[in-house]
Design a binder for this molecule. Structure first.
Ligand SMILES: Nc1ncnc2c1ncn2[C@@H]1O[C@H](COP(=O)(O)OP(=O)(O)OP(=O)(O)O)[C@@H](O)[C@H]1O
Length: 615
């Protein structure tokens, strides 16, 4: 397995090495705060039940002593033993009932804690900037957080509540034991020491294993997605990829299992060591009791009660260490979660900077340079373009020339490495990211097809505003989607996915019109359309561009297209090549220039006119 080397992981690992009982104290405090804030009432009820159960355990020990005293007395009678028997039955019932109620409560508290954690993690995952989001280190941590850290709060809760209950019982039973004989308590406490040491070692190993196996598990998850995803199903069958993908999946699973077996064996041996030593210590305590009875230091009744107390106490000590172990082990994962949550806060805050102007008269980029994380060749290398208010500007260029990247930077989704984008002279780096995005609408090539109603699919363009059916219909009308949406079984309220009852799927071109309606619904001064007509038929495409200016209603549009028939109507065209602008001008000027644009235009028109594919 390859170890993850991102600095935050290394930091977490280094910290895990330094962990000590003092840090366990910190973990217990933070876990308590976590549980108390997520479910305050349930937490208090749980505490009350735990105290009652601890008292009942002590009651059982005293009842056993009274019972034995009564039974061993020379004048044994039913009246002497009736009260202890009744007390024993009552105490046993209290312990049992409290245990089962606590079990249900723990479940509820655990879910409440998990929910609050999910809310925080999903908040970060949907807010973090794209550059961070796309990095492998972030994806690894996100995967780990989803796979482990999100179930860990539940485990912490269970561990904390179990430890608290066991601690209460230990204190009460410890006092009870001291009243029987002061020597018994240290013997029983010693039985817990090997378990503590083993627990620490186990939890460290568990965490290190999770860190090392994340990249493998993530890759395996990806193959599972390819094999089971709806979007992938067609191609997987058409190319008969199933056996090969399953082979890759199985191979990765096998690798993981090999490591898991080794890991489990080590943990098993460690557990065996801890349990054996604890059992030996406990055995010594029992031998000591027998020895004390023999020496006349203990009565037989007290010894009997002592044995019951030692038995109870050993169970509770194990429960206490088991609970602490859960907290300790999960604590490492919670630290991971903590780093994840902080990791996401490192980029400049969404709201930092001044508010973007409501509109603009000129947007300019100068020397815009950008490389994606982990790449060496810049996707943009010194791009200068200008967009004036009300213009329709086109970006053309071969695949990979940087058109979409430029669109993403203009939309404020990435910050440039060098150069600037200015709105009427003001650098957008000084504007708050959220307010800038509010002024821009983007229709991506790979827009999202929400499995929601048609009307929701459009209104997500500006979800912060209340639903306005007239506005939804107007946007659908402008994009040419209204006609077919109105004919759906439940019109605009029809779910656009067959995975839901009454839902339907749309054709590629129909989906594109819905996505265009979403972009127009947003009503932002800058509209960016990345290949808005790629899936449209020629008539629809012609209609779209013929109506584009009126649909835009004075807004500025930047569109990307490989179809020169649509590009020629733009006020200005920029030709990109390897991340640079190599030509600019309107269609006539670029044709007259006889450069790259003219070459690409002629190649395409030749293919249409002669019916032959360009050579
Ligand atoms: N998320 C990403 N991470 C890393 N590299 C990327 C990413 N997106 C794009 N690239 C790279 O950046 C370069 C420019 O890509 P971009 O998508 O901007 O091209 P494009 O001109 O829009 O291409 P197309 O016409 O194929 O849509 C390409 O070399 C591509 O491999």
């Amino acid at each position: 397995m390859t170890a993850t080397t991102d600095p935050l992981t290394l930091w977490a690992e280094a910290r895990s090495e330094q962990r000590s009982l003092r840090q366990l104290g910190r973990l217990v405090r933070s876990s308590t705060a976590l549980v108390r804030s997520a479910a305050p009432r349930l937490y208090v009820t749980q505490l009350v039940l735990q105290v009652a159960a601890a008292g009942a355990l002590a009651g059982q020990v005293f009842a056993v002593r009274s019972l034995l005293t009564g039974m061993l007395a020379e004048d044994t009678s039913m009246s002497r033993v009736a009260a202890p028997v009744a007390a024993l039955v009552t105490a046993t019932a209290v312990v049992a009932v409290s245990g089962s109620v606590q079990g249900q409560l723990r479940r509820l508290v655990g879910e409440a804690v998990s929910r609050s954690m999910w809310q925080r993690v999903l908040g970060v995952a949907s807010r973090v900037d794209l550059r961070t989001f796309e990095s492998p280190a972030f994806q690894d941590r996100l995967m780990r957080v989803q796979a482990s850290a999100l179930s860990r709060p539940y485990q912490v809760t269970q561990g904390l509540l179990a430890a608290m209950g066991a601690l209460a019982a230990c204190v009460v039973l410890g006092i009870t034991l001291i009243t029987i004989s002061p020597w018994l308590l240290p013997l029983v406490a010693a039985a817990g020491i090997p378990m503590t040491l083993v627990s620490r070692s186990e939890s460290r190993r568990e965490f290190a294993f999770a860190v090392r196996s994340t990249p493998l598990v993530r890759l395996r998850g990806y193959f599972a997605l390819l094999l089971s995803g709806r979007d992938e199903a067609k191609e997987v069958r058409a190319f008969n990829l199933g056996p090969w993908l399953r082979g890759r999946f199985d191979g990765l699973y096998e690798d993981y299992l090999v490591h898991l077996r080794r890991h489990a064996l080590r943990l098993g041996l460690l557990g065996l060591l801890g349990q054996t030593t604890s059992a030996l210590a406990l055995g010594s305590a029992l031998i000591a009791i027998v020895w004390m009875v023999d020496g006349g230091m203990l009565t037989v009744a007290a010894a009997g009660a002592g044995i019951v107390a030692v038995r109870f106490l050993s169970t509770q000590v194990q429960g206490l260490f088991g609970g602490l172990r859960s907290i300790f082990e999960s604590g490492l994962f919670l630290d991971d979660l903590d780093i994840f949550l902080r990791h996401a806060q490192t980029p400049a805050g969404e709201e930092d900077g001044s508010t973007a102007p409501v509109t603009f008269s000129r947007i300019e980029t100068s020397g815009l340079t950008f490389s994606y994380p982990g790449t060496t060749t810049p996707a943009l290398a010194g791009v200068d373009i200008t967009l004036r208010a009300g213009e329709v500007v086109a970006l053309v260029g071969e695949n990979g020339s940087g058109k979409t990247t430029l669109a993403k930077l203009l939309a404020g989704l990435y910050r440039p490495d060098e150069g600037r984008i200015s709105w009427d002279g003001q650098d957008i780096a000084d504007l708050s990211a959220s307010s800038l995005r509010d002024r821009v609408t983007v229709l991506f090539q790979d827009f999202v097809r929400y499995a929601l109603s048609a009307s929701d699919n459009i209104r997500v363009g500006r979800i912060t505003e209340p639903l306005d059916p007239a506005r939804t219909a107007a946007a659908a009308e402008a994009s040419g989607a209204l006609g077919f949406l109105e004919r759906l079984p439940d019109r605009m309220e029809t779910p656009l996915s067959p995975i839901f009852e009454g839902g339907v799927d749309l054709s590629g071109g129909q989906w594109q019109r819905v996505a265009l309606a979403r972009a127009l619904y947003r009503d932002a001064p800058l509209v960016i359309l990345d290949e808005p007509s790629a899936a449209l038929d020629p008539r629809a495409e012609h209609e779209l561009f013929a109506a584009l200016r009126s649909s835009l209603q004075g807004r500025t549009a930047l569109f990307i297209s490989h179809r020169f028939s649509t590009v020629r109507g733009a006020d200005r065209i920029y030709v990109l090549d390897a991340g640079r602008v190599v030509e600019e001008g309107d269609h006539d000027a670029l044709i007259a220039r006889g450069g790259r644009y003219a070459e690409l235009f002629h190649l395409q028109s030749e293919a249409y006119v002669t019916g032959q594919a360009p050579r």
